[in-house]
Design a protein around this ligand. Structure first.
Ligand code: BDR
Ligand code: CA
Length: 311
């Protein structure tokens, strides 16, 4: 039986690869795609999500527009990483499928209220604004969430948008705090794991060797954003963050981590959005998340190529 998921996203090239991986995987049933402002503003993330669905041949999917700014702050975007469109690096045609008229937060609440207990998994790939708002407005939905598997935060790698914080958590720490304090079964793919999932020239060549429009599109995206991260980190490739969430759902054996307590810093200007992860168990705070640390990177990249080539 396939697992029902809602993908909450701010595409972003790595979000796009995550969505393609999910749509190519029979283990997962994507109920809907909810968009949030993050890497680029909301108008662009909703446009991009529809381009990605059409690339996957899934114009039948429902895409929703959610929150256009964080719960208590102004929006911070990341065009410096992802380009002006968020999907720079490959051409995709203008999408024709409609954007749903229902607000993403209302869709999440309504879908979960109609669902059985612990039956739907949420997959946030961007700032947690839509999920935090839904949980704040309708706390009763928590009981029907099977799990939240998200990309965000860091412990050993500390930060990528500030010295102390990872982008998704930094953009909306108040929303993140709601999610991390919700008591819902939480799996976190932080920079500690995604920085071990580095793209490579060999992988780009493998993608181009497939007779697949989706694979060659991914090759173009990776070629584009690799430059930014290679310059920044001095590494050969760039971390491919968001597909870790989907890969974890399909093949959890590729990952390992620890059940620990993770709190979100919301007050300090200096460390806003920091994930204060009790990796060494030095407090008696209750564990609230499985915090991933290691990945079988070759297995991860093979999984993506093989699945996406089948689209
Ligand atoms: C996260 O921020 C975004 O730029 C990526 O899409 C990813 O979700 C990594 O910090
Ligand atoms: Ca993202």
């Amino acid at each position: 039986m396939s697992r029902d998921i809602i993908i909450d996203t701010d595409p972003g090239q790595d979000d796009a690869v995550a969505i393609l991986l999910a749509l190519a995987s029979p283990e997962l049933n994507v109920l809907g795609i909810t968009c949030v402002a993050g890497n680029v503003p909301l108008a662009r993330t909703t446009y991009n999500a529809r381009q990605i669905c059409e690339l996957a041949g899934r114009a039948d999917l429902n895409v929703f527009a959610g929150c256009d700014s964080p719960m208590g702050r102004g929006l911070v975007t990341a065009e410096h990483v992802h380009g002006e469109t968020g999907l720079d690096g490959a051409f995709l045609p203008e999408p024709h499928m409609p954007l749903q008229s229902q607000h993403a937060v209302d869709y999440i609440i309504e879908t979960l209220r109609q669902a059985a207990p612990k039956s739907i998994t949420l997959c946030p790939l961007g700032p947690l604004t839509n999920i935090g708002t839904a949980l704040q407005n309708a706390p009763d939905i928590a009981k029907n969430i099977a799990q939240i598997v998200l990309m965000g935060g860091a412990y050993f790698e500390v930060g990528n948008i500030t010295p102390a914080a990872e982008f998704n958590i930094f953009v909306d720490p108040e929303a993140a705090q709601i999610v991390f304090n919700s008591g819902i079964d939480l799996v976190v793919a932080p920079l500690d794991v995604t920085h071990k999932a580095l793209t490579s020239k060999a992988w780009i060549a493998d993608l181009r060797a497939e007779n697949s429009q989706a694979c060659s599109t991914i090759a173009g995206w990776v070629d584009f954003f690799e430059r930014f991260d290679s310059d920044k980190y001095g590494s050969q490739g760039a971390p491919l963050h968001d597909p870790c969430v989907i890969a974890y759902l399909i093949a959890p054996e590729l990952f390992s981590g620890r059940h620990i307590n993770v709190e979100i810093e919301t007050q300090s200007e200096l460390t806003r959005g920091m994930t204060v992860a009790d990796w060494w168990g030095v407090t008696d705070r209750t564990a609230n998340a499985l915090f991933l640390e290691n990945i079988d990177a070759p297995g991860y990249f093979n999984l993506i190529t093989q699945r996406v080539a089948s689209l």
